[in-house]
Design a protein around this ligand. Structure first.
Ligand code: AGP
Length: 609
């Protein structure tokens, strides 16, 4: 997610903007920029790279401006570059805008604006905003912003500055955080509280649909109909380090709770409302190519590999194309029978994992078409693959991957449905039913997160254990693999995932009194068999935590604790089932006093083989 800072007051704006942006660096970004009002014009500077690069470019430029906005960009639409960095301005340089979020309908807005004569210079969705302001400006910046947001679909926290209105900033919020900082003779805007703490702890939290009209002496907030909104001052008591985590104890917990937003963002712009179909404009695979794909290879590491295992089941079921899944470090050494009629998909949150990158290069050497699923625009895999599908999860800072995984799964579903559409492998009604369920996933994820206390309670029994088993069948077995990795990597408990039907072929010998077993039973067609497997471990006095879908009966009789997830299409269940497992691992790790965000021996991106 991007960082935003705005200032109007009696001090020099530029250093305040840069300092504020530096407090948001932890979120990850690829470029930065500021714009200030000086000598009756807007002076704008923006650079690819770190804030220090921007500061170097500002050296020697005398900036006494008292009004300005700044931005650190986490690229979603348009690769990292100087021209794609924010702020963006209109054709005349009279207006400049910074933005955090995704303008879903930016393509149609861009086309319409170009028909009106506007000229675009960047690849971003954001650049439609200053041109819209220019289009609608009739002497009042706030009035213009109101007209602009009527046109927008998607998420935004945006701040606008005008050459014609010195000492004024206008901002709007929809689904992206925006905060006002209240000072003495000065006022601030930011996407995140850490940027404000050096100057003030008195803040106003802006809500969806609200517009902020900010000067040095006055802050006016109004709702979508223009009516003034009274706000309670929120006094920030957090220390800076806690503020970076948005008030959460750890980045991992913050990122677990960001999943509903990440799912919405990753879905945005990829479901066609008119035709009720998946649209993946970023894929340059024509129908003939898709028809000739006779096998798909999915190659990844760790959690991304587990996403690939779900992808196998989903793509084979929906598109009827055989899928093989490989651990990246194994793939290139097993002499894979990959050729021009294969599609090789690499999955990588960071886009920099050495094993995955090497596998991608090997697949290309063997003549396969390639697609990368990654969370980082401009990452190595995104640059080297023939096609890229981005997860728009925002920066993932905790070593343990959570929101990247669930958005990777979402991309598996989108790709599976898209391939099925291209091959005519699904009836429209089947697609419509699946898309309806996909649209509801983020709400159901919120329901699970609201139930965190139950999961925390259930996690207590694990804190003093040294072993744990995750069992499941079908997709539940695949999710059990991810649940097992989460617990292992942040609590250091030896956890193992096992196909439930396989237990009696050896591992059952390890099950004895109080051995923790997490049993996943969300796959309706396998439910009865799972209940039987749970009875097997129950008969050995295991300590059982079961996960099932609402509406399933009887499982609570054979488990010590049962956690229910909201009912959804069994194929989509993994996105929901994994959330309690992420929370379980988190709470056990905290209870054991482990370093949740930076577990021992591990790195966020493994850039060595
Ligand atoms: C996941 O919790 C781990 N941190 C690790 O397995 C990770 O998924 C793996 O290293 C792959 O990273 P990537 O997605 O950035 O390629």
């Amino acid at each position: 997610m991007c960082g935003i800072v705005g200032y109007v007051g009696g001090n020099s704006a530029a250093p305040i903007l840069i300092e504020g942006l530096s407090k948001l660096e932890y979120r990850g970004y690829d470029s930065a920029g500021i714009v200030v009002w000086e000598e009756n014009q807007l002076k704008l500077e923006k650079k690819l790279g770190r804030l220090s690069t921007l500061q170097e470019s500002l050296q020697g430029i005398e900036l006494n401006a008292k009004t300005g906005i700044g931005h650190t960009r986490w690229a979603t639409h348009g690769r990292p570059s100087d021209v794609n960095a924010h702020p963006h301005s209109d054709c005349t340089g009279r207006f400049a805008v910074v933005h955090n979020g995704i303008i879903e309908n930016y393509m149609e807005l861009r086309e319409w604006l170009q028909e009106q004569g506007h000229r675009f210079v960047s690849e971003t969705d954001t650049e439609v905003l200053p041109h819209l302001v220019e289009q609608y400006y009739q002497g009042d910046l706030k009035e213009a912003v109101y007209k602009v947001i009527e046109k927008l679909e998607g998420s935004y926290a945006m701040v606008v500055i005008s050459k014609d209105e010195p000492g004024r900033l206008v901002a709007a919020r929809q689904d992206s955080p925006l905060v006002v900082g209240l000072g003495e003779g000065e006022n601030f805007l930011a996407s995140d509280i850490p940027a404000l703490l050096k100057h003030t702890r008195n803040t106003l939290i802006i809500d969806d649909g609200e517009i902020v009209d900010l000067t040095a002496e006055n802050v006016e907030i109004s709702n979508g109909t223009g009516r003034p909104v009274e706000k309670q001052i929120f006094e920030v008591t957090w220390e800076e380090s806690q503020a970076e985590k948005g008030g959460y104890e750890h980045f991992m917990l913050k990122e677990i709770y960001e999943q509903p937003r990440a799912l919405r963002d990753t879905l945005s712009g990829r479901l066609s409302p008119e035709s009720d179909r998946v649209v993946l404009n970023e894929l340059n695979l024509d129908e003939e190519t898709v028809k000739n794909i006779n096998r798909i290879y999915v190659v990844a590491c760790g959690t991304a590999y587990h996403a690939g295992l779900v992808g196998k089941s989903v793509i084979e079921s929906l598109a009827k194309i055989p899928v093989e899944v490989d651990i990246a470090s194994e793939f290139r050494y097993r002499k894979p029978l990959v050729g021009p009629d294969n599609l090789v998909m690499v999955i990588s949150q960071s886009g920099e994992t050495a094993d995955t990158l090497a596998a991608l290069r090997e697949a290309k050497r063997l003549g396969a078409k390639t697609v990368a699923v990654t969370n980082v625009v401009g990452s190595s895999v995104s640059r080297e693959a023939d096609n890229v599908i981005y997860t728009w999860a925002g920066p993932e800072i905790a070593v343990a991957s959570t929101k990247a995984y669930t958005t990777q799964l979402l991309c598996m579903y989108l790709l599976g449905i898209w391939l099925a559409q291209e091959k005519g492998a699904l009836e429209q009604q089947e697609i419509t039913d699946l898309l309806k369920e996909l649209r509801e996933l983020y709400v159901k994820a919120e329901v699970i997160l609201d139930n965190d206390s139950t999961i925390q309670e259930a996690s207590r029994q694990f804190a003093d254990k040294e072993n744990a088993f995750f069992i499941g069948r079908g997709l539940d077995y695949v999710v059990a693999e991810e649940g097992s990795l989460k617990l292992k990597e942040i609590s250091y408990i030896h956890a193992e995932a096992y196909a439930a039907g396989e237990l009696k072929h050896g591992t059952l010998a390890l099950i004895e009194e109080n051995v923790p077993v997490i049993a996943l039973a969300t796959q309706q067609h396998l439910y009865e068999k799972m209940v039987s497997n749970i009875k097997e471990v129950n008969a050995r006095d295991a300590s059982i935590l079961a996960l099932a879908m609402e509406g399933n009966k009887g499982i609570e009789k054979v488990a010590d604790h049962t956690i229910y997830i909201p009912a959804t299409h069994p194929m989509l269940a993994p996105i929901l089932t994994v959330i309690p497992l992420q929370l379980l691992a988190y709470h056990v790790s905290v209870a054991r006093g482990c370093d949740v965000d930076k577990p021992r021996n591990l790195a966020k991106s493994v850039t060595v083989e």
